[in-house]
Each structure stands twice: as structure tokens, then as C-alpha cells.
Design a protein around this ligand. Sequence first.
Ligand SMILES: [Ca+2]
Ligand SMILES: [Ca+2]
Ligand SMILES: [Ca+2]
Ligand SMILES: [Ca+2]
Length: 301
Amino acid sequence: MKSRLTFKQSMIVTAAVSFVCTAGVISSIAAIGVVAPPLPDLLFVSNRTGSNEIYSMKSNGSNVKRITTNAAAEWEPHWKPDGSKIGFTSNATGNWDIYVMNPNGSGIVNLTNNPAYDFGCTWSPTGNKISFMSDRSGNFEIFVMNADGTNPVNISNNPATEGHPDWSPDGSKIAFYSMRDGDEEIYVMNADGTNQVRLTNSPSIDFLPDWSPDGSKIAFTSNRDGNYQIYVMNADGSNLVRLTNDAAYDSEPIWSPDGTKIAFVTNRNGNYEIFTMNPDGSNQVRLTSNGAGDYDPSWKP
Ligand SMILES: [Ca+2]
Ligand SMILES: [Ca+2]
Ligand SMILES: [Ca+2]
Ligand SMILES: [Ca+2]
């Protein structure tokens, strides 16, 4: 095995399109009549129809809408910061590439068009650039390309596995994970790839970094305490705090644009569902309630 992939990457690389799912009904939690402000939308991925598709819902789980409709598997949707496009990963051409589409699912464009594994797209704050991970150079690296797919540049440039980039809110830095020290650790680097600095140091998996909207903190997933849980630390790696604490898999923390919530994925109810919690780990609320896998939350800007 050339590299140890994350849980989700392993699913992608091995058998992402083979999920079996009998749930055909899109359920939604009844919205409670509330006054303004309107609830933000979340994108997510579900295999409730038998293959991975991208959906949207309100942040209370209501108003579920399917966005993609095809036989391929879609993963990891991410809103462009101005809300005009959705980036995602798909195997529609037989290998994994980064795509963009309109918010209603139309106008799908393959941005990478490369036979390598390309996934995990995230937008720069200005929307002019997209970062992603690819093994096209022989091992997984962080690449940055223009938002139209031109000029992809390997910015991590290290023989180890690098993945899961996330831009700082001011666009000056990119958080990612690297296995250069023997296991997954969270790193940050300048957006041009210079000054790569390690933030975590544990003999366990530390990955899936997500920057808080004010730039002060980074949430991530780690199994340092025996199973996958969500942690948060200051953006310099100090002041580590564990946010989830149960026997299930808790992962994929994603801050809401206003910084008041963190969406995440957990299988504590027997299958993968989207939850939200406060940034201190309190008030954990289930948004999806479907027997299929529900993954990859992404808040609408
Ligand atoms: Ca590809
Ligand atoms: Ca590498
Ligand atoms: Ca580690
Ligand atoms: Ca589910």
C-alpha cells in the first residue's frame, strides 16, 4: 500500500460506488415556526438513493433537497465563498476529479481532468483559487489551481502524504495534514507552500483541519484518545481542547460562517449522520435522520 489514506479516502479509493441503500424517501425534520434570521443552508453527501449524491438542507435538518442526479459518486461539496458555485469531487469519468457546478446542480465542469486521484477541494476566501489533494506527482500533495482549473501547482512538495487543505480566512495560509513524521499531523503553510509548520505532535491520526471564521482556531479530527473525536486548538497549535466524547466515530468538523456552530459527522446512532454543536462541544444536535450514510457538511456562505 503506497500510503495510508484517511477513512473517507479509503472509501473513495476502494468502493465508493458500491453502497447499498434501501432508503428512498428523503425525510426532513419539521421546521418549527421561527422568526428571523433565516437558517443557514448546509450541503452534505448522502447515499440514500444508492449512490453518493449532494444534497442541501437547512441547519435544523429541514427542507432537504437533492442537487446531483447521476450514477457517479459525489463527495466533499464546498461552497464558493460568494455562493455562486459548488466545488465537489466525483468519479464520473472513471477516476476522481474536482468539479464545479451551479447551486442547482446544472453546469457541471471537470476542473482537473487528470487520471490521478484528485479530491478534497476548498476555495480560497476570494474564490479565485481552489486547493485540493492529488497523487499525480507520485505521492499525495496539496495543489492550488485557478478557479477555472488552469495552472495547478504542487505547493506542499514533500515525499510523504499530504491532504485535506483548508485556507485561513485571510487567505494567507493553508492548513493540511502530512505524514512526514510517520503519522498524520496538522500543519500550516503559507498559501504559496513556504514555511510549513507542524501544529500537532501525537503518535495518532490528526487530520481534517478546519479554520474558524475569525482565524483564531483550528478544529480537527484525532484518534489520540482511542477513537475518532473532534478537537479544537489555537491556530498556533496551543490550547488543545477535546469537543466530543463518546464511543462512536466523530469527525469532519466544519465551522459555520458566523462561528457559532460546528457541523460534524458521527455514527453514534448506528450510521453516519450530520450533527451540529456549539464551538465548546455543548448542545450537540442531530440534523439528518436517515438509515443511509450522511457525510461531508458544508455551510453556505
Ligand atoms: Ca483525476
Ligand atoms: Ca507529498
Ligand atoms: Ca499524529
Ligand atoms: Ca444517516
